[in-house]
Ligand binder design. Structure first.
Ligand SMILES: Cc1cc2nc3c(=O)[nH]c(=O)nc-3n(C[C@H](O)[C@H](O)[C@H](O)COP(=O)(O)OP(=O)(O)OC[C@H]3O[C@@H](n4cnc5c(N)ncnc54)[C@H](O)[C@@H]3O)c2cc1C
Length: 386
């Protein structure tokens, strides 16, 4: 419905930002509403609970915006967002207001609050109880470019997937139990094997590359994502930034004999860094319509629209698929649109589930935080006046 789980994370982030902006407004405006006649005997408590929730929210959002905080600490802190929601639900139900809880608006808010609280408790249930994970074991580990390639064989029946999808993977040892999303870097095969190509981008993936052993047990979630190859008859440009080559490895693996021309541009420091370059070259050698172009930044060969046009003269009618960093995506996308590419012909995968905010967005929040804890411009009894 939302275009894949990777897009749901982005939507979640922006809905969160809108919600926080609304909460800041709620606190800052403190409306002088007439006719606050529907109260309860827990009115004062509801006021205090609302205050507690507001301060807790500011603290959790500050942690979320500080992307240097390690992922697992941030994730642990983010679980308390639901507790803040529960406090807000209590506040909304018992606070004095201008409508009763049994009015249509009251029932609407109550129903939403109940769904929110139930959803929160659902997320707290350990994943292994509620969400199905499938057991695999590590069959093969190989170094390739700057990454390791890990082939898994299913213990029983494996998961279903399409080329280009990703799954959450957790290795059965205490140091690597946290699940991480990785793209399945091969098309489905009849033996149900999965291959993940993993680059050390942080502490967890570095430890994984150093310690993973053949035979180790592994848990894999269902496959997610809508970044799939579509044969449209038009020339295809695939752009990979570093380890963003993984979905294209799976796509290349499932190309049919009569496919439209495909040009894969892999942006890297040197071609030795590119994972599975031999496999891609072997494919290009046996398929006249599949071409690989490593763009080595150390050799001064950066990917530009001009370079793409040298290989794909009808670039503005091509379909461009991108997987890599956000800054590179935005810059190439703007240049491609300026060169006449249709907006609907640019497709991409979100490769980061946790992203911070541009400073321009963070500033209003930081100043609200500052006012809240450092500087009070309102009299202390302002809340009571409302
Ligand atoms: C849809 C998708 C597909 C991906 N496919 C691949 C792939 O094929 N190969 C590859 O090498 N990398 C892939 N990644 C990136 C990979 O998930 C992260 O590099 C990895 O999780 C980093 O873990 P870490 O502990 O080493 O990093 P850390 O140093 O802990 O964190 C670095 C960053 O990685 C992300 N991250 C860390 N832990 C998690 C987690 N448990 N879940 C989600 N994100 C996390 C956060 O953005 C964090 O800021 C993919 C990411 C996404 C979202």
């Amino acid at each position: 419905m939302y275009g894949g789980l990777d897009r749901v994370y982005v939507l979640h982030k922006w809905l969160g930002i809108i919600a926080v902006a609304a909460v800041l407004l709620h606190e800052a405006i403190d409306p002088e509403i007439n006719g606050l006649e529907f109260g309860s005997r827990f009115d004062d408590l509801a006021e205090d609970v609302g205050e507690l929730g507001y301060n807790g929210l500011l603290a959790l959002v500050a942690i979320t915006l500080t992307t240097i905080i390690p992922y697992h600490w941030w994730r642990a802190s983010h679980k308390f967002m639901g507790a803040i929601f529960a406090l807000a639900a209590f506040h909304a139900y018992f606070i004095e207001k201008s409508f009763s809880n049994s009015s249509p608006l009251g029932v609407y808010i109550l129903t939403l609050s109940a769904f929110g609280v139930i959803a929160y408790f659902y997320t707290l249930v350990p994943a292994r109880w509620m969400r199905r994970m499938t057991s695999y074991s590590v069959a093969e580990i190989e170094r390739t470019g700057k990454a390791i390639s890990v082939t898994l064989t299913p213990e029983e029946k494996g998961i279903q997937h399409h080329a280009g999808q990703f799954a959450f993977v957790g290795f059965d040892d205490p140091a690597h139990r946290e699940v991480h999303p990785f793209t399945i870097s091969k098309a489905p095969d009849s033996a149900g094997r999965l291959r993940f190509t993993i680059k050390s981008l942080g502490d967890g993936t570095k430890a994984l590359s150093d310690n993973l052993k053949v035979g180790q047990k592994t848990q894999v979630s269902q496959a997610f994502g809508h970044f799939r190859y579509r044969e449209t008859g038009q020339s295809q440009v695939w752009i990979a930034g570093g380890i963003g080559v993984t979905p294209f490895l799976a796509w290349a693996d499932q190309l049919k004999a009569d496919h439209a021309p495909v040009h894969l541009f892999v942006c890297c420091k040197t071609r030795d860094d590119v994972a599975h370059l031999d496999e891609l070259r072997a494919r290009a050698a046996s398929d006249p319509d599949f071409h690989v172009h490593p763009c080595e930044s150390l050799a001064g060969r950066r990917l530009t629209v001009g370079l793409m046009r040298e290989h794909v003269p009808d670039l503005k009618h091509a379909v461009v698929s991108f997987c890599g960093g956000e800054a590179m995506r935005n810059s190439l996308r703007n240049d491609l649109f300026a060169a006449g590419l249709k907006r609907t012909h640019f497709r991409y995968e979100e490769f980061k589930l946790r992203s911070g905010l541009p400073l321009a967005f963070a500033w209003p929040f930081a100043s609200a935080l500052f006012r809240r804890f450092g500087y009070k411009s309102r009299p202390a009894n302002c809340n009571q006046a409302s």
